[in-house]
Design a protein around this ligand. Sequence first.
Ligand code: PRP
Length: 224
Amino acid sequence: MSPLYRNDREDWKMRYLTFALGKGRLAKTALDLFEKIGITCEEMKDKDSRKLIFVNEELKLKFFLAKGPDVPTYVEYGAADIGIVGEDTIMEEQRKLYEVLDLGFGKCRMCVCGPASAKELLLHQEQIRVATKYPRIAKDYFYNKKHQTVEIVKLNGSIELAPIVGLSEVIVDIVETGTTLRENGLEVLEEVCPLSARVVVNQVSMRMENERITKILTDLKSVL
Ligand code: PRP
């Protein structure tokens, strides 16, 4: 065995496990959950910090916050071993990774929403415009499930604006409490699917770091 090879092996054993967390609502709940199983990262609690990556040297763990839709990308390419992300993002991104655990929080629904008057348009399979942050999910729903031809328009946020200002007849978006819809005179017209936060794992890490990852998943299950 060459010394180089031996060193590589040693490095591998000492390797950090890296977590990518979707910024925002899910990250805070995920960190609370990790605390319950003894995985802490004090550094991350400093709200004024502009640091992007946080380390727990003792446990050989690293954490970083990324935009939700980028989490599956980091995990597919192995830049993160484990990701915490909404099922909506997993469905939309279609990355090569293992989806291993439903965390049971971040519960919401993917819905077709719009003004009550748009119900008729859906019922009669009219050729309508659909605004969404989730073009793949919207396309799959309308084309494959409903067999309805629609025009899909991709937006990046505040999707509820679209039917109000006349960009589209309906939207496909996440509904959690329903407050945004209510306050803007819109309603749920059809439900596409329920959603929640998920743990995803890189396919190579799952083999190479199986013991550590399985232990974390088992511990998480025991506190859910
Ligand atoms: C999401 C979603 C809705 C809202 C639903 O937007 O797109 O707009 O939350 O939540 P509610 O049913 O509890 O009102 P988010 O806050 O993520 O921001 P965005 O508009 O930039 O997508």
